[in-house]
Write a protein that binds this ligand. Structure first.
Ligand code: SF4
Length: 391
């Protein structure tokens, strides 16, 4: 089903030329999927928004860089796009896909993808209002594996997050109640110690998780641009330092795991709780994780037993020759090694690494940016300074 409702005005070529190059480039390969972002601008004003990184935070009214049709064409003809394999993310960088004036585009793009018979995962992340009528449209797609992730932080400091978290909570319930063909995930983030990790915050998330097919918890991206915004607006600094990766201190993780733990539920002692977005999405659709996190075994310690078995049965290391040929074809230099956790490469940026990772269903790591045991893909902030050796 597509919609012919109101569409947003297009930015002029001159306006597009004035955007930061990263923002004008509407396709970006991220870990959870190839991300399409041809609408930019958002009025929701979350202080930690990644739009700070693109100098776009002041653009409150969403605008389109191209038509939905053109955007979908770019996506499916992207050199890293593989039909039925590459996970897709929609409007996860510069707007909210369920804003009233963005929603028609969201449905339209989903309709275009579905109409092509594509069965790829499609992830839509929102914190805004979703009603029963929206759910009917989301249920109407026949081919794509659609997941609506609802961002809920519980942050009640309006200077940091002016949008009431109750809106997201209500959307989650509505989505869960009406889910037929799509799945819904509680995207509990960003968790910041001292701000939204009190016992009552954790308990609230625990209750909300009952209204989702899976829950993923994660920390805060705290980059220099976001820190500068906090400083300029006199906001309490969440961390003394910034970091390239998301920050989730060990203590916060432990408190969350303790609160979710139900030892009597032997098949799923932590319920449907996941550390990684792709794990939650895959689980919600009854599939193994498409990022190959099973190789990072300490991530799987909280996973339901049935899901562990599923991932174990499909996870397979590529041969050294397969991995080498594929990585070299993308420009990798130096030694290419296949360990029991990941393919180790050099000289590849994130997009080609994710392309390999989603193709093999096996982790691909840059040798220059090592992942540390137990804090996989997270910043070092808040973890013991003493290194725990990888077993
Ligand atoms: S078993 Fe591991 S890789 Fe698979 S979904 Fe669970 S946490 Fe993710």
């Amino acid at each position: 089903m597509t919609t012919a409702r109101r569409t947003l005005p297009l930015l002029t070529p001159r306006q597009i030329a004035g955007l930061k190059p990263g923002l004008a480039d509407v396709i970006e390969y991220r870990k959870s999927g190839l991300s399409l972002n041809h609408i930019v601008g958002c009025p929701l004003d979350c202080g930690y928004c990644v739009r700070h990184l693109f100098d776009n935070f002041d653009m409150k009214v969403p605008r389109a860089l191209m038509t939905d049709h053109e955007a979908v064409e770019q996506l499916v003809n992207h050199p890293y796009f593989r039909p039925h394999i590459t996970p897709i993310q929609l409007f996860n960088r510069a707007t909210d896909p369920m804003l009233a004036n963005v929603k028609p585009h969201t449905f339209n793009v989903l309709g275009h993808l579905d109409g092509q018979g594509l069965t790829n995962h499609v992830l839509v992340i929102t914190r805004w209002r979703v009603n029963a009528e929206d759910c009917a449209i989301l249920n109407s797609f026949r081919n794509i594996k659609l997941t609506i992730l609802v961002t809920h932080s519980g942050i009640d400091d309006e200077r940091i997050e002016p949008v009431d978290s109750a809106i997201a909570a209500e959307s989650l319930r509505t989505l869960h109640q009406n889910a037929d063909r799509y799945r819904t995930v509680l995207y509990w983030r960003p968790i910041v110690p001292g701000l939204n990790d009190s016992d009552s915050h954790v308990q609230r998330a625990r209750e909300l998780s009952e209204h989702a097919h899976a829950t993923v918890f994660t920390g805060l991206f705290f980059r220099n641009e976001i820190a500068a915004y906090y400083q300029a607006h006199g906001l309490p600094m969440p961390y003394p330092d910034t970091a390239r990766r998301k920050i989730l201190p060990e203590l916060a993780e432990r408190r969350i795991l303790d609160a979710f733990h139900r030892p009597e539920a032997t098949d799923a002692p932590w319920g449907e709780l996941f550390r990684k977005t792709s794990c939650a999405v895959a689980y919600a659709h009854g599939e193994p994780d498409y990022n190959g996190h099973y190789g990072i075994r300490e991530l799987c310690t909280i996973c339901p037993a049935g899901q562990l078995e599923l991932c174990a049965s499909t996870w397979k290391a590529p041969s050294a020759a397969e991995a080498t040929d594929a990585a070299r074809a993308l420009g990798a230099v130096g030694d290419i090694e296949v360990t029991e956790r990941a393919i180790m490469v050099e000289g590849l940026d994130e997009p080609p690494r994710y392309y390999l990772q989603h193709g093999f269903g096996y982790q691909v790591h840059d040798r220059a940016k090592p992942h540390h045991y137990r804090r996989h893909g997270r910043a070092d902030i808040g973890w013991p300074t003493q290194e725990i050796p990888t077993p």
